[in-house]
Design a binder for this molecule. Structure first.
Ligand code: BT5
Length: 255
């Protein structure tokens, strides 16, 4: 806790040796009245989850597998903004320990073209009312190549592989939560994520590049040109037409 300087994010931490998924545990806690700011951390996940039913490899003591419970008063349609806030906070935290990564909209952090972190935001609520959000953050801190399942070697990397030394996970967790609280407060108090978007744009792995998008099952090529104030990716197609993409609708790969 010596690195934590927050007022409410991470003031209550539930720590586990093994969990199926920190997001599942956080949702269970949130449904049982755990409040905003509570953080769930596990040394290992046996059923770590990615988006769209994909899995997240989470070997014991090698990474940071954590989830934050949030109850912001925002529209359910604004939930994706929190993913941008989390990506920016992780980028800053990793930058503070000496590694310059890139943010790959909407939810990845990459290093030398390989994935080092993924964010999974899940929500509970109705059409016009948000109950709670759970923001899951998975960071490959101290894995070696052989710690990754064979099928993702070459696509995944860790901070240790790039730095050639172990990172202190507690320090990184503290820094990320400090940054998260600061950036999240902008959303709560000013209903804006401008500071987070600035970080996501300035350190984007996509902007200015040609990208391939899967839009409603169809593959399309376009140029990524910006991220909107709402956190959508702004693209320009071959005809010069500009459109905005909401996260969740597409998967994006650099060409
Ligand atoms: C994500 O999904 O990137 C979101 C990952 C969120 C993980 C955190 S850990 C704490 C919390 N609790 C959970 O259960 N989840 C969250 P997506 O964009 O769908 O990417 C998933 C894909 O990334 C997989 O299909 C693999 O190809 C790849 N992958 C799996 N494990 C990986 C790892 N450790 N490092 C890099 N890539 C990985």
């Amino acid at each position: 806790r010596k690195y934590l300087e927050t007022k409410h994010i991470g003031r209550e931490i539930f720590y586990f040796d093994t969990l199926d998924s920190t997001n599942l545990k956080a949702k269970e806690l949130a449904a049982n009245e755990q409040k905003e700011g509570t953080v769930v951390i596990a040394e290992e996940q046996t059923n770590g989850r990615g988006r769209l039913g994909r899995s997240w490899s989470s070997p014991k003591k090698k990474g940071i597998w954590m989830s934050i419970i949030l109850t912001p008063e925002i529209e359910p349609t604004d939930a994706a903004k929190v993913t941008q806030v989390a990506a920016a906070a992780v980028w800053k935290g990793i930058n503070e320990v000496g590694v310059k990564t890139q943010i790959k909209w909407p939810n990845d952090i990459v290093l030398n073209g390989k994935k080092v972190c993924g964010v999974l935001t899940e929500m509970s609520g109705e059409l016009n009312r948000l109950n709670y959000l759970v923001v899951g953050i998975g960071i490959n801190a101290n894995m070696s190549d052989e710690d990754f399942p064979e099928e993702i070697r070459g696509l995944a990397t860790s901070l240790k592989i790039e730095l050639n030394k172990e990172v202190e996970r507690k320090e990184l967790i503290g820094r990320i939560l400090n940054n998260f609280e600061e950036l999240y407060e902008e959303l709560i108090h000013n209903n804006s994520i401008d500071k987070s978007i600035k970080i996501c744009v300035e350190n984007s792995a996509l902007i200015g590049k040609d990208v391939r998008l899967i839009l409603k099952g169809k593959e399309e090529e376009a140029k990524a040109i910006d991220i909107s104030k709402e956190g959508e990716l702004i693209i320009q197609d071959k005809n010069g037409d500009i459109s905005k993409i909401i996260s969740g609708e597409v998967s994006v790969r650099g060409l």
